[in-house]
Design a binder for this molecule. Structure first.
Ligand SMILES: [Zn+2]
Ligand SMILES: [Zn+2]
Length: 130
């Protein structure tokens, strides 16, 4: 698996950019993602969210309460927790209710609780589970 991270092993605990809670690292299939212990928002470094776009990953990673995510979803003016770059709001063109933020500098992205799982559900369509 390809790794995009420039400095391996130099990870420090991040602070949630939305609620200032502590973020913990979750490892799924060798990919490290950071999840806020408080609001359950999820940080993906550049490209990580693409690798993990399947239901099994979402079930493990996005365990937050979507209701809590609706609140933090309103916060869209903040600095990147990884590099302090500017965050840009992104909207999935097919599913405008999914709004997440992407760093214009390091290309990491932040999903509020429930958004990542919903994105995957929408992309897979209702027929994916039998
Ligand atoms: Zn948080
Ligand atoms: Zn950044």
């Amino acid at each position: 698996m390809r790794r995009n991270r420039a400095k391996m092993g130099a990870r420090t605990m991040m602070t949630c950019p939305k609620c200032q809670g502590a973020m913990e690292t979750i490892v799924y299939e060798g990919v490290e993602v950071d999840r806020c212990r408080s609001c359950q928002g999820i940080w993906f470094d550049a490209g990580e969210s693409d690798w993990l776009r399947h239901e099994d990953a979402a079930a493990v990673i996005d365990t937050g309460d979507p209701a809590a995510g609706m609140k933090t979803n309103e916060i869209d003016r903040y600095r990147c927790p990884r590099c302090d770059g500017g965050m840009l709001r992104r909207v999935d063109p097919k599913h405008p209710q999914i709004r997440y933020e992407e760093c214009t500098s390091c290309r990491g992205s932040f999903f509020d609780a429930g958004e990542f799982a919903e994105l995957i559900r929408l992309h897979q369509g209702p027929a994916s589970k039998s």
